[in-house]
Design a protein around this ligand. Sequence first.
Ligand code: 5GP
Ligand code: MN
Length: 348
Amino acid sequence: MTAPAEGGAPAGAGPTDTDWAAAAAAVRGLSADARVLLICHVNPDGDALGSMLGFGLGLRRFGVRQLQATFPGPPGVPEPFRWLPGLDLLVPQDDAYPDPDLVICFDAASESRLGDLVDRLDKAGAALVLDHHASNTRFGGIHLVDPHAAATSVVAEGLLDRLGVPLDAEIATCLYVALSTDTGSFRFEATTPAVHEMAARLLATGIHPGDISRRIFDTRPFGAVRLFGEVLVRARLEPAAAAGRGLVWTYATQEDLARHDQPAYVLEALIDSVRCTAEADVSCVLKQVSPAEWAVSLRSKGAVDVSAVAVALGGGGHRFAAGFTGRGSVDEVVDRIRAELDGALLTG
Ligand code: 5GP
Ligand code: MN
């Protein structure tokens, strides 16, 4: 499903007091034997898993006994996250409650990000959406969508607080993984004083940021190191693209992964090695998911709204970090991106 550029609410508006009250009431109103299903987006990243598992652990402390967490697609959790507290909540999508009393979605801007689990939205007693994408389509019934939040975990912490669930080290570890992932280890523009205040609350539970960062950002199999080398060698720089702001792009095939015996998720870190290119505002990585299908990551340093590009091509995301599924050959997909870039230039 294609996401519209904006949902019904005014652009940039966060949850109202009424939204917070409705979300808290949906949890407080659960009966003792209620079944709650947590869902995060396909190919879950640190914010998707961290906000979902952190909130799930909080719900468990709150007293929810029948609780599952899941995401669409193959059930494997990427190796960097395989130590997170709360992994015992995870079930493969086929084992997820078919008709939960409450479904809660994390970090998904549109229904398409929920894959085959989208049917749970209709079958659930109520559907609560926690997210921070400006492109969120306002699917589901109760919305806690804050485009100003640096991560979905900011919204998750806000709801736990309103439910009176105190932070402990396990919850904090999950929320910290989410917060540090989506702020690029507190480097991106979204790193506001409120972000550091939240980080301080999380760290005060006694968690170890050095260990956490090393595990999720600075650990990679040797095969992935060599794979990155090959993929970076084929990167192209197009200084004239994006009205002269520049585009740098590369791609990785399933063959590349097989040759180095690597799982697909190792490619998630690749964009960080491409986007440092000084001569380009926009960076792009195409990751092959089937012969003519590519998961495309887009980043901008500030001159281009890449979420506009992604939305135009059927995806979504944030102004400076977005993505979509591209179909066809590498050249066809890059042609389509190039064509959208000039129209996505931010003025000023
Ligand atoms: P990444 O490049 O790290 O996969 O994603 C960057 C941002 O774009 C994330 O906020 C993610 O939610 C969004 N995004 C990535 N791929 C897609 C997609 O296929 N559809 C939509 N709607 N959003 C995407
Ligand atoms: Mn996020």
